[in-house]
Structures are given as C-alpha cells and as structure tokens.
Write a protein that binds this ligand. Structure first.
Ligand SMILES: O=C[C@H](O)COP(=O)(O)O
Length: 262
C-alpha cells in the first residue's frame, strides 16, 4: 500500500466508543444485523454515549449521557416500504443516530454507494445523525486498493452530506469485522490519516480536524489501548466484545483515557 498522507492533529477531538449487546427478547427492535440482530450499539463521545437496538430496554435504562442509534433507515419519507424503518419513525421515538454503510449492509444486503448516500442525505435532512461506515474487503487490501475503496465510499457520503457536524466516520476493514483479526494500530492509523486528509482536501480543513473517525473490527479489551493511542483514531465501533460487560468498560475507558490525556 502506498504511504499514507500526513495526518492532521485530532487529539482535541472527543473520543468515541461503540458497543453492541445481544438481543433481549420481546423488546421493540430497530435495525438489525447478522448474528447480532436487535443488538444494542453504544457510542461514547462529546461527553455523550449513543446506544441503538432494543429500544425500550435501552431507553429505560440509560442516563442522559447516552444517545440511541438505529442500524438502518429508509432512503426517503416513510410510505409503503414493508420492513423498512423511516427517519420519521426514528425521530418520533427520539432516536438521534443511524449507522449507514456497514459492510454487512453493503456486501450481504447489497446496498451500493448511491443507495447508502441517499439514506445519509435523507436521515440528515430529518436531523438524524449518521455513523458513516467505510472499509475494504481483504482482496481489495491485498490488491493495494484500500485507499481507492475508502475514498470512493467517502465521496458517496460526501455527495450527500452538507452538515459534517452530524456525522461520525467509522473505518471498518471488512476482513476484521467479527473475525478476531484486528487491524494493527499502524494499519488503522494509516487509513484514518488518509481519510482525514481526504476530508481536508475534498471538504475543508475544519471538517477534517473536527470530524471523528472511529475504528471497528475485532476491537477488544486487549487491543483497544494500543489502537486508542493512535493520533487519528477517535474511538471505536465494537460488536462482539460488547457482549462482555467488563471488556466494554475497558474499551470505553481506553478512549476516555485518551480524552483526559489530550
Ligand atoms: O458493528 C460492529 C462492527 O461490525 C464490529 O464488529 P466486531 O467488533 O464484532 O468485529
């Protein structure tokens, strides 16, 4: 892979961590994904936490530091789209965030860049904030196409985004998601720095320095600290490790420690 462009300082950014937990039966669910259908996804940042999944369970048990994210939303105003979730529904129940472009939506469900971009545009138009996921397949990395893929996915999001204050970028190499094969801190930092530089070049230096870029893919209690030390890693999007409460706490603390250190 070509050398990454120089990174922009991001140590002032509020860190973020994200987690998921297994489904709780008989709860209203928003969003779904593979083995973790109905999971909770929590993110910490800007002094807030964000959680999505089993709505009643989440909403009734969280403090004001926690916000909720869905894992899917429809591309436009609600209507006869059976099985889909509208942004209006999310707003109605007080759900502030949605995860878009997750690799499972791209590679299993078949959502393409344009479709994901439409979702982002409409969600943002309804004041639903977006966790914009990008990331390359293993064969794309091995072919030296990591930056090409991530930048193409970034452009699709950027074409739909006017207010970057409501966007968090999640870099999740597909080969690291749910595999136990985490990117090394250097591999992750290289892509995060490149994405931040892409924002600087294609959007603005302000957006580049203020947009949080979080890493996802086999983050756990053992590897989070070294990842969190990297300059352009502003937090985590965590799946499997969030099934273990103490591990999640360790992950949250790793990014909180970064914020304190900054
Ligand atoms: O949504 C979460 C990410 O896909 C990461 O999942 P993972 O931590 O199980 O690899």
């Amino acid at each position: 892979m070509a050398a990454a462009p120089s990174s922009l300082a991001s140590s002032h950014l509020s860190p973020i961590a994200a987690v998921s937990t297994p489904a709780v039966p008989h709860q209203l669910r928003i969003g779904c994904s593979r083995r973790r259908a109905g999971r909770i996804v929590a993110m910490a940042g800007s002094g807030k936490f964000f959680v999505g999944g089993n709505w009643k369970c989440v909403k009734n048990s969280l403090t004001g530091r926690i916000e909720v994210s869905a894992q899917n939303v429809w591309i436009g105003k609600g209507g006869a789209y059976t099985g889909e979730i509208s942004a209006e529904q999310l707003v109605d129940i007080g759900c502030q965030w949605v995860i878009l472009g997750h690799s499972e939506r791209r590679h299993i469900i078949g959502e393409n860049d344009e479709f994901i971009g439409k979702k982002a545009a409409y969600a943002l138009s309804q004041n639903v904030k977006v966790i914009a996921c990008i990331g390359e397949l293993l064969e794309e990395r091995e072919a030296g196409k990591t930056f090409d893929v991530c930048f193409r996915q970034m452009k699709a999001f950027a074409d739909s985004i006017s207010n970057w204050a409501d966007v968090v970028i999640a870099y999740e190499p597909v080969w690291a998601i749910g595999t136990g094969k985490v990117a090394t801190p250097e591999q992750a930092q290289e892509v995060h720095a490149a994405v931040r530089n892409w924002l600087k070049t294609n959007i603005s230096p302000d957006v580049a320095s203020s947009t949080r870029i979080i890493y996802g893919g086999s983050v756990n209690a053992a590897n989070c600290a070294e990842l969190a030390k990297k300059e352009d890693i502003d937090g985590f999007l965590v799946g499997g490790a969030s099934l273990k409460g103490p591990d999640f706490a360790t992950i949250i603390n790793s990014v909180t420690a970064k914020k304190v250190a900054a």
